[in-house]
Design a protein around this ligand. Structure first.
Ligand code: PMP
Length: 376
């Protein structure tokens, strides 16, 4: 039996997508074999990959001067692959600027120093504040705190911090303070496709697939063409964006099954009405859940600045942490899965990605209300 699954990732996929996968598992549309078993260079898989890209371009409004790459290695590989491609081969290079707003952007910054050297990147703003709350990150930097260097090789940020539940909601206002000419690189792993985003404002977007896109094993990169071809000659071929772009992401065998399922997720998104409709539903889900937390008289608490509360990942604590285990056990019984918070911040976390229906959030809110009343 499928329960309401609040996992942060790999996360729930739309049931109708999984049903279609099940139907096509042994024989994909008369091919005589399943997608996992066919050549990535054959006409069947080529058509699957091309349709997936076309649907993604349509959904996100990706301009023609951007390449879409279907890669592997996860978003973690991008922490290194981004600087190795955009920074390492550039003569007289300026450092890249990094904004640190949670665990993931902090990892991206550290990895850049590791692979490109201690002077390759500057952290220009960090919202880590261990004194304020135990888990440190609860907001985005205010525009006054944000001084992006006009000569920065690029600006890196994570637009949704999955662990801390901090999301860049007003991208236009935030990016207005980035000097023209500085490409913005964004880790959108945990909120890509959740609402409209202006791809043309970014130089490069990357995302691990296992939240809003499809199965793990696939990493999406959307890169503006003028940023390609800057990698040093010594870069391993498989890590070179330009080579991957020239080869339609098929320099070597791509994660075919994950690309196929991602393509079905894109078709599902189009069927339900595209990104605008998805955004409307996501906003309603987030509104319901934060209202339940804020209306609980302090029984539940979310520490994040309301201006940047994530609509995808909602961390919350119980006033009395001694009740955590009981809360989780009761949740499981009520059909609510994977609500335990990340080990670094504790408490609970409800990830309410695209595939989580409104009814799932209603069930969670009803359980939270009942639990709080029974312990008041
Ligand atoms: N960035 C963000 C925002 C994430 O949420 C995650 C994974 N949860 C990662 C990077 C790392 O992704 P991966 O496990 O695909 O390397």
């Amino acid at each position: 039996m499928r329960l309401w699954n609040f996992s942060a990732g790999p996360a729930a996929l739309p049931a109708e997508v999984l049903e279609q996968v099940q139907d096509e598992m042994l024989d994909w549309q008369g091919a005589g074999c399943g997608v996992m078993e066919m050549s990535h260079r054959g006409k069947e898989f080529t058509s699957i990959a091309q349709r997936a890209e076309a649907d993604l371009r349509e959904l996100m409004g990706i301009p023609a001067n951007y390449k879409v790459l279907f890669l592997q290695g996860g978003a973690t590989q991008q922490f290194a692959q981004v600087p190795l491609n955009l920074l390492a081969g550039v003569k007289d290079k300026q450092p890249a600027d990094y904004i640190v707003t949670g665990s993931w952007s902090k990892k991206a910054f550290k990895e850049t120093l590791r692979v490109c050297g201690e002077t390759a990147a500057r952290c220009i703003a960090s919202t880590e504040d261990k004194a304020a709350v135990a888990d440190g990150f609860t907001r985005l930097p205010a525009s006054a705190e944000l001084q992006v260097n006009a000569d920065a090789a690029y600006l890196h940020l994570c637009t949704n911090e999955t662990i801390h539940g901090v999301e860049l909601l007003d991208e236009a206002a935030f990016l207005a303070s980035v000097p023209a000419g500085v490409p913005v690189v964004a880790d959108m792993s945990s909120h890509i496709l959740s609402r409209p985003m202006d791809v043309s404002r970014y130089g490069l977007i990357y995302a691990g697939a296992q939240k809003n896109i499809g199965p793990s094993g696939l990493t999406l990169v959307i890169v503006r063409e003028d940023l390609l071809g800057k990698a040093p000659a010594s870069l391993p071929t498989v890590l070179d964006y330009a080579v991957m772009a020239e080869n339609d992401s098929m320099l070597n065998t791509p994660p075919t099954f994950a690309i196929y399922v991602a393509g079905l997720v894109f078709q599902w998104l189009k069927r339900i009405g595209g990104i605008n409709e998805m955004a409307r539903i996501n906003a309603e889900k987030a509104r319901l859940l934060y209202a339940a937390i804020d209306g609980s008289d302090g029984f539940y608490r979310n520490p994040v600045d309301p201006a940047c509360r994530s609509q995808m990942n909602v961390p919350f604590t119980l006033r009395d942490a001694a009740l955590d285990a009981e809360f989780l056990a009761g949740a499981k019984e009520a059909g609510l899965l994977a609500l335990k918070g990340h080990k670094s911040v504790g408490g609970m976390r409800a990830s309410i990605y695209n595939a989580m229906p409104l009814d799932g959030v209603r069930a969670l809110v009803a359980y939270m209300d009942a639990f709080a009343k029974s312990r008041a």
